[in-house]
Design a protein around this ligand. Structure first.
Ligand code: UDP
Ligand code: MG
Length: 338
């Protein structure tokens, strides 16, 4: 798939999702290009414009016109951070593929360090967030999230490693081959295996504006991560069920003993009600947990394209903005579309 996109493959591709980052883009472009120049002049940056509604689009076009190594992929609407990254990965042809955020929280100056470890022979080098310049609540949330996830998930997920990373093209190929829609890329990257290592860095504050990942989007990502990398919630239901049956058995025996050995009748209404309500609650939560998995299965089964590309710039083919194509339709169905 990648061969058709560019005649010569760059050494390094940098994938950056952009959603309304107009005021950060010029600074990002400057710092990124100068950091990358230190590594190799032979790089490409794949900006994925995730349906921005500010001036990001024009800014990106100007930047790409000035330096053709800066390429722009525009999605037809806002598809979300992880999906925008997936679209970028699908178009990244470099021997190494860097993923980073476009708000300068991931400092471009760290990229050369990632490249150095990659050249040491690692397949994946992820950046570990040392200090976060974010609110106490958000920091605490991330802390709990990473720890919960790593204790519940079936694979070894590095703590405090987000999107910011460099992976070998071979690992990018593995990610492309993963068809799932609800994507937690940091998890999929760990799943791919190979030689992986981390580099510590200090996470900067956002260059401008408020986070584009709203709390709702972050919660959704956390749930995606938990449900796609762990069966623990399903098991939780069985454990609670077992515990409830055990408890009720003990209660039954106690009631019988009291009944047979004394004249006391245990007054019933309140205890019966609370038991009924408790079990009703547990059952509803369990159904909800199953619903989370079933909803995700439904998403996968529908097999819709993960994203729709509105236009490409700098990739060397089919750049007309009218050409809408479904970027991630599996090969088998792609031929039917074209
Ligand atoms: N982003 C995106 N689509 C979205 C939300 C965010 O492409 O729907 C981009 C955003 O422009 C930024 C990166 O993803 O470059 C990370 O977003 P943000 O800084 O809001 O996330 P946080 O740092 O809070 O996790
Ligand atoms: Mg950010």
């Amino acid at each position: 798939m990648s061969g058709e996109m560019s005649a010569t493959k760059p050494v390094l591709s940098v994938v950056i999702p952009i959603y309304n980052e107009e005021s950060t883009l010029p600074e990002l472009g400057r710092r990124l290009v100068s950091a990358l120049e230190r590594v190799t002049p032979d790089f490409e940056v794949v900006f994925v414009d995730d349906g921005s509604v500010d001036g990001s689009r024009d800014r990106l076009m100007e930047m790409s016109a000035a330096d053709p190594r800066l390429k722009v992929l525009r999605l037809s609407r806002n598809f979300g951070h992880q999906t925008a990254l997936s679209a970028g990965i699908d178009h990244a042809t470099g021997d190494g593929v860097v993923l980073m955020d476009g708000d300068l929280q991931d400092p471009p100056e760290v990229v050369p360090e990632l490249v150095a470890r990659w050249r040491d022979g690692y397949d994946v080098v992820y950046a570990i967030k040392e200090k976060r310049k974010e609110g106490a609540l958000k920091r605490a949330g991330f802390r709990v999230f990473y720890r919960l996830l790593s204790s519940f998930s079936n694979i070894d997920l590095p703590l405090d490693a987000g999107i910011f990373s460099l992976m070998d093209q071979r690992v990018a190929e593995v990610l492309r081959a993963m068809p799932e829609r609800n994507r937690y890329i940091s998890g999929l990257r760990a799943y791919a295996g190979g030689r992986q290592t981390g580099v510590r860095f200090e996470r900067a504050a956002r260059h401008a504006g408020d986070p584009r990942q709203t709390p709702r989007k972050l919660l959704r990502l956390a749930l995606d991560a938990l449900f796609s990398f762990s069966y623990a919630p399903l098991r939780l239901a069985s454990y609670v069920g077992l515990a409830a049956s055990g408890l009720s058995f003990v209660a039954l025996v106690t009631i019988l003993l009291v009944k047979l050995s004394t004249d006391l009748a245990i007054p019933g209404w309140a205890s019966v009600m609370s038991a009924v309500l408790f079990l009703g609650g547990v059952q509803l939560v369990t159904v909800g947990i199953m619903g989370e998995y079933i909803g995700r299965i439904f998403d996968e089964v529908k097999g819709r394209p993960r994203y729709v590309i509105e236009s490409r710039r700098g990739f060397g083919f089919a750049e007309a903005s009218s050409a809408r194509d479904a970027g991630s339709v599996p090969e088998r169905r792609r031929s039917a579309l074209n």
